[in-house]
Design a protein around this ligand. Structure first.
Ligand code: NAI
Length: 385
């Protein structure tokens, strides 16, 4: 089966590499010829480097590159059995593309979108046969990140979802099935990692270095929230938060932070601009963490219980299964432990008590406890045995 890719930017070229490495001939189209040129050079460079480092032999690298075909017209994708769209994140533009694609491809082809924030259902509605459209949400960089969220639209035939899931496994990926709701799994469940850290900082409870220290040293996370936001880019992280907030009809749980907005306005986007929450210049004078064990535990527990609450609520609302939620957070964003497993280890009653304490203190809807956690605590249930 030939794979079509539309959009040869960061995601499209990464997905093309994954598909070609799995043995498919890959047809890549981009409306900007310069983007194609850039992607071709970049992929050649990546494959050369992999060969030079001994991660694959020269012949394999050449064969993978040889399976990439750079096409000039969208109609050249006609032979593809699966087309993955990774163009600009704009619903109108994506809908137009799906309309065009569904006129070009065979009636058996599957059309997938890599959108991270738009409705797969709305995109599917633009195509001739919405039952053959689904979301395949890869993470950046696609060749390195194992997780793929497979997202059925309301109209998708579930047989195609199973097919796509199996294909992703064949590509060496870890697919999870996510309901077509804002942020799918990862971009929804991970929001408090950033949002609650920002809130703690804004309240003056601790500086960014102390919050990062608490999450890495006490919590065991690979990166603290502020280091991670600087790494992702504050513009990118803010845009995701804002779009999830809007998509949830302004649920206060997802409210963006002014602190982050100001950083974006200042152009302090993080590592890529040399300054974000931290200063990345050689002689920078960055804040030191206050390594106070008790303060650190308070910070870690407040952020973690908000994450657990979000994961439990996602399960409650049928966004994903228990096991897919755990897989997504451990394999997608490398959390040290699945959040539901963590809830069991802490004790569900303890999680409910912590959420209620926050709610009683602030009286904000942001701190409402998921009904699932409360019901489980009342019946002494666990997520796992
Ligand atoms: P990008 O800006 O690097 O690349 C987009 C490419 O699409 C550009 O080369 C552009 O010329 C091309 N393009 C734009 N409109 C087009 C059209 N109508 N027809 C054909 N080509 C067109 O963007 P990136 O980061 O690769 O993102 C692509 C998609 O993947 C977006 O939907 C984004 O939300 C999603 N995504 C991005 C992630 C990321 O971390 N960058 C992670 C997961 C999903």
């Amino acid at each position: 089966m030939k794979i079509g890719i539309v959009g040869s930017g960061a995601m499209g070229s990464g997905i093309a590499q994954v598909a070609a490495s799995a043995g498919h001939e890959v047809l890549i189209f981009d409306s900007n010829p310069l983007a194609i040129e850039k992607a071709r050079d970049a992929l050649q460079g990546v494959l050369n480097k992999l060969a030079a480092k001994g991660k694959m032999d020269d012949a394999t690298a050449k064969a993978i590159f040889g399976r990439l075909r750079w096409v000039e017209n969208l109609s050249d994708l006609a032979e593809a059995g699966l087309i993955i769209e990774a163009i600009v994140e704009d619903l109108g533009v994506k809908k137009e593309l799906f309309q065009q694609l569904s006129r070009i491809v065979s009636p058996e082809a599957i059309l997938a979108t890599n959108t991270s924030s738009l409705s797969v259902t709305a995109i599917a509605a633009a195509s001739k046969d919405p039952s053959r459209v689904l979301g395949l949400h890869f993470f950046n960089p696609a060749p390195l990140m194992a997780l793929v969220e497979v997202v059925p639209a309301l109209q998708t035939n579930m047989a195609h979802v199973e097919w796509a899931k199996k294909l992703m496994q064949d590509w060496g990926k870890i697919p999870v099935i996510a309901k077509d709701t804002p942020g799918f799994i990862v971009n929804r469940v991970a929001r408090p990692f950033y949002g609650e850290a920002l809130r703690i900082y804004e309240e003056g409870i601790a500086n960014v270095a102390t919050i990062d220290w608490a999450m890495t040293e006490i919590g065991g996370f690979r990166m603290g929230p502020f280091t991670l936001m600087d790494f992702i880019g504050n513009d990118v992280n803010y845009a995701v938060t804002e779009s999830v907030f809007q998509a949830f009809y302004y649920d206060p749980r997802y409210k963006p932070s002014f602190t982050q907005k100001k950083l974006v306005e200042a152009g302090w986007l993080g590592k890529k601009t040399g300054k974000g929450y931290y200063d990345y210049s050689p002689k920078a004078d960055n804040p030191e963490p206050l390594q106070d064990e008790s303060l650190g535990r308070t910070i870690f527990e407040r952020i973690l219980v908000m994450l657990i609450n979000e994961a439990a609520d996602a399960l409650f609302l049928g966004v994903a299964t228990r096991d897919d939620l755990e897989l997504a957070m451990t394999r997608g964003v490398n959390y040290p432990k699945g959040l539901l497993r963590w809830a069991d280890d802490w004790g569900i009653e303890n999680c409910v008590a912590k959420m209620d304490l926050l709610y009683e203190e602030y009286l904000e809807d942001r701190y409402r406890c998921s009904p699932l956690l409360r019901r489980m605590a009342d019946s002494s249930l666990h997520f796992f045995n």
